[in-house]
Every structure is written in structure tokens, then in C-alpha cells.
Design a protein around this ligand. Sequence first.
Ligand code: HPA
Length: 274
Amino acid sequence: MYERLIKCYESFKSKINFKPEVALVLGSGLGDYAESIQVEATLDYHEIEGFPVSTVAGHKGRFVFGYVNEVPVVIMQGRIHYYEGYPMEDVVLPTRLMKMMGAKILFLTNAAGGVNYDFHAGDFMLITDQISNFVPSPLIGPNIDELGLRFPDMSNIYKKDLCDIIRESAHDLQIPLQEGVYLQASGPNFETPTEVKMCRILGADAVGMSTACEAIAANHMGMRVCGISCISNLACGMSDEPLSDDDVKETAGRVAPLFKQLITESITRMKKVL
Ligand code: HPA
């Protein structure tokens, strides 16, 4: 695995001369953000030797390199999902690669179902902790000692200072911000109403199909992680509406302008902790 990672890194190095400080992963319906920054270069996933390539329609597969108010960033426009059938080590390969590119902070975003009854479709939720629910750890298998420890601590994945920056940014922009625990389910099916009830009992506030595995891999490597969920819908059984991916994307797209402001402001303020 490590050799494959090195190969991907060398492939990247041969094409792109850019050192990001912040890595941003864009969730479903939020991908347009990458086009709004000062773009310096792009690299399609399929141009990288050994890189897993996404199959989901509507997920653009490329890295975008550029600046958010002078902060050098790499953005994943389209991520790899476990439900596509990739092994977990492929799912987190891009995260590991972005660390090798130089990124110290991983900023994760996603569209998620609200499990907390206080949430509404269109809300943003600062992720404060996570649950991997029947999703295997990306660290299963021989430990990659070059990256991190065999038994890494997970008591503080979502870093307090980064959470504070996002909170303060939302406050100053007057964007309401919920907070809570994100639960990763495998997908691709949405949950049953009873599974959603289970998520709530387990302590989750939002449920989705990504993020937790990437956060584990990043924390393993000592990256500093933060994240925001866009609550695109209330989870199954909480409203009379059946769920559809189109509705998820529609809601995420509707709040994308606010989301864009929040991300830009937060990344800009991260300059002081880099
Ligand atoms: N469940 C799981 N994943 C999701 C949902 C949901 O309700 N909404 C957006 N992604």
C-alpha cells in the first residue's frame, strides 16, 4: 500500500508543482466551490498512476489546486465512497496523498441526513465527533509505520481550535450553525426508520456515507481534522417524504452559496493556525 501511495505521489509530483496547506473535500452537491477559488492547476484522478477512480454520476473526479485568500489549498472535487465497492484502503488513499502533498489540515464536508429532531433541511452542522457504524476501519491490515501508529488515539479527531474558527466564522457571517456527531453508514441505500432511531440512540446527530473513514486515516497520520455537514434532508422516517439523491443534491445546491461563504471565511482564518 505504501509503495502504491509513493507511486501516486511521484505521479502527482511529475505533473504539479504546488504545496497545499489545507486539504478540502467537497461533499455531494457542493462540488462547485472548487471553481470559485483562485485556481492554479487541476489534476484528474485518472491521470494519477495507481489512483482509484469514482464511478458515481455527478461526482467530478479531480484535484483542484489554488488559493483561498492566500491560503494554498488542494480540493477534492469528488470523493471515493466505500459503497462504490472499493476497499477502504482505496477510499482513504486520496486523503493520504493530500498529506504527502503537504496538507496539514483536512477540512471534510458532506451532505448528510439529520437525525437530531432540532435540525432542518438546509442546516449546517459542525462535526464535533464521529461514529463508524458497521464500516470497517481504513487502518485494518498491516500498519503503515511510515504514516502512523498501529493503535492510534482517536480521542480528539476534530480539533478544538479549528472548530472554534468555524464557529466564529459562522457567527460573524450570521450563518446559523448546528453542532453534533456524524455517523458513517456504508450506504448506498438510505437507512430504514429503525436504523435512524438506532443512530439517535447511539448518539448521532447526522448520518451519511463518507467522512469518518477519511477522518480516521487523517488522524492516524497526524493531520488536523475539521468538518461540516450540510443537512440535506431529515433522515428516513422523520418526515413523510421518501428520500432521493436528487433531493439531497437539490438542497445542498440551494444552500451552496452560504456554504461557500462559511468555507472561505473559515479557511482564511486558518492562516493563523498553520
Ligand atoms: N442518509 C445517509 N446519507 C445521506 C443522507 C441520509 O439521509 N442524506 C444525504 N446523505
